[in-house]
Ligand binder design. Structure first.
Ligand code: ISJ
Length: 363
């Protein structure tokens, strides 16, 4: 064996020296963030310190500058936590999410706000909206669409009645596992609990591996995990957070039918978010029931070359308008070309509500 050119001892000394630098620099950064908070408090007493557009810019810059060997997402995750801790020095962000604890929505909340945020589980999507409206929390996190199963109607319906704005989005890769209590054997599983969406996302796998087991739908994956904790003949389909929370073991990992299975979550709040440089806008549009209504609505998007990323139809609950469309597109409503397009849509529609312009999810 050839002698290594640098000794282990020397490398460790170098790492210690680098850690000293990192420590000093993070502390300096935190002190800067504290000063920013003081300025904000002076200009806008009682206002929020958290700035979604600025955080998105910081993360994007880190990803652009990163030269490895850590991959850019990993590096951004580290900076995500540094920012979260810096912000918490002044005021930890309080976030309500669709609970219970251990759900993918909690995972999304922590992915977006970092581990220093205070996250509070709510029993239903409209409760998340109510907590934010009441000012009990700064933001809410709710699921809005899954790549396999489509839209989450409860969330869209809640927006129809709410004055809250969308302040951000998070996309989370969803990995489902088949979880059991420690003493459960594979051949003993006769019942599987999960949320209906998760059953749908693992349908083929279940048909192939557990065709005989009874599938029992429950209100969340975390609830499924809680139930199997005490049942020796049952299994749950849930994610890593639920597995950890209830100390369950994995009979099978990543059982989702599609490897790209992901869910998009929205951050809801009271803030209008300024332009970040890579933004999306969400709208609800009510159209009169007349021939060509959908064409009339879409035409200005086409002419202004605006990239629509989603179009959902919901039945109108007021009975006055027949169609309600939920539309997402790339761009911010303060950009001139977007503002011009919106003005035209407003002339053609019975009602237009801008739910918010917000940074495209970075992580
Ligand atoms: C420091 C600021 O406040 C908060 C902390 C940030 C950070 O640590 O980089 C970024 C945005 C804000 O959420 C700021 O607005 O610049």
């Amino acid at each position: 064996m050839t002698e290594p050119t640098v000794s282990l001892e020397a490398l460790r000394q170098r790492i210690d020296a680098l850690d000293n630098d990192i420590l000093r620099l993070i502390s300096e950064r935190a002190a800067c963030a504290q000063q920013v908070a003081e300025i904000k408090a002076e200009h806008e007493p009682g206002g929020v310190f958290y700035r979604p557009e600025r955080e998105a810019q910081v993360l994007r810059r880190v990803m652009e500058l990163n030269k490895g060997p850590l991959d850019s997402e990993e590096m951004a995750r580290l900076f995500r936590e540094i920012m979260s801790a810096c912000l918490a020095l002044e005021q930890p962000v309080k976030v309500a999410y669709l609970g219970p604890e251990g759900t993918f929505t909690q995972q999304a909340a922590l992915k977006h706000f970092g581990e220093s945020a205070i996250s509070l589980p709510m029993a239903a999507i409209d409760e998340v909206f109510r907590e934010v409206e009441a000012g009990a929390v700064n933001y809410g996190v709710v699921p809005v669409e899954n790549s396999t199963e489509g839209v989450i109607n409860h969330t869209l319906d809640s927006f129809m009645d709410s004055g809250l704005r969308i302040c951000g989005e998070v996309v989370l890769r969803i990995h489902h596992h088949l979880l059991v209590a420690e003493t459960t054997r594979r051949d003993k599983v006769s019942r599987i609990y999960s949320h209906p969406q998760s059953f749908a996302q693992c349908r083929k796998w279940l048909d192939a591996h557990f065709p005989q087991a009874e599938r029992v739908p429950v209100s969340s994956n975390a609830e499924a995990a809680r139930l199997v904790k005490t049942e020796w003949h049952s299994a749950a389909i849930a994610g890593d957070m639920a597995a950890k929370l209830y100390g369950l073991s994995k009979l099978a990992e990543k059982i989702e039918d599609r490897p790209d299975n992901s869910t998009r979550f929205l951050i809801i709040g009271n803030q209008d978010v300024p332009i970040s440089g890579a933004d999306k806008t969400s709208l609800v549009v009510a159209m009169r029931n007349q021939p060509g209504a959908l064409h009339d609505l879409l035409e200005p998007f086409h002419r202004h070359q605006i990239d629509m990323t989603r179009l959902e139809t919901r039945p109108s609950r007021t009975g006055v308008w027949n169609y309600v469309f939920f539309i997402d597109f790339k761009g911010h409503c303060e950009e001139p070309r977007v503002a011009a397009m919106l003005e035209e849509v407003q002339l053609r529609a019975a009602e237009v509500k801008v739910l918010g312009s917000y940074p495209v999810g970075v992580l």
